[in-house]
Every structure is written in C-alpha cells, then in structure tokens.
Design a binder for this molecule. Structure first.
Ligand code: ZN
Length: 125
C-alpha cells in the first residue's frame, strides 16, 4: 500500500528531526497534501493507524490531514486560479495553463508537543 510507505517516511522524517525521544513527545502531526499528490486522506489515516498497530510505538500520535486545492498562475495575465474538476484554465482569461503553484505537495506542516510538565513553584520558607 502506497500510503503505508508514506506514513513510514513521515515518521522517519520526524525521527530525523526530533530523535525517537522527541517523537515520543509529539501529540499531533499536521500534514498538508495537495489534491494532485495522489494521497487519499482517509487511506492515509488508515495507514497511520496500521503502522502504529504494527510497530507498537508512537501510540500517542494523532494525524491530521489538510487537503490543499490546486492553484495555477496564468502565464499570460498572471491571474491566480483555483482549479476545479481538473480543468486547467485561467479563470480570468481562459488560457489553458499547467503552471501549478499549489496542489502537488505532501509535507509535514506542523507538529505539536505534549504539554510540558508544570514548572515547580519556588518555595519561600
Ligand atoms: Zn489568464
């Protein structure tokens, strides 16, 4: 399954960035996937749970997937358009364009860590 290897890559990326100990303190992972990235959010979520179950680690992680629309910038008039129904044309002048500026990404946008333990209150005898 395509998504399982993506999930493993994501976890590996986090480990490279924070170390296994750091990843153990991560609560939420926010992914951004473009509509053209061929990533199905529901399959991604299932793959994430499958990897967690299989590897019995990072149980505390929650995956959040945000899907980004496809954006193009027209070479002719410079207008930025959101592409719907895979109709790659400028919304302003109707020129066909493949000048994609968003929609192909698959990236870790943000992670949040578990709350730091409360700092000890200084005692004043
Ligand atoms: Zn245009």
């Amino acid at each position: 399954m395509h998504e399982v290897s993506l999930v493993r890559n994501i976890i590996r990326t986090l480990e490279d960035e924070f170390g296994a100990e750091g990843v153990a303190r991560v609560r939420d992972v926010y992914l951004r996937v473009g509509l053209l990235s061929n990533v199905e959010p529901a399959l991604m979520q299932n793959a994430f749970w499958a990897v967690q179950a299989a590897e019995r680690c990072y149980d505390q992680l929650t995956l959040h997937v945000e899907v980004l629309p496809i954006l193009v910038v027209c070479e002719l008039c410079g207008h930025e358009s959101t592409i719907t129904n895979y109709r790659f044309r400028c919304a302003a002048c109707d020129t066909p364009t493949k000048n994609i500026t968003q929609g192909t990404e698959l990236l870790i946008h943000r992670v949040s860590f578990e709350e730091e333990s409360q700092p000890a209150t200084p005692s004043h005898p």
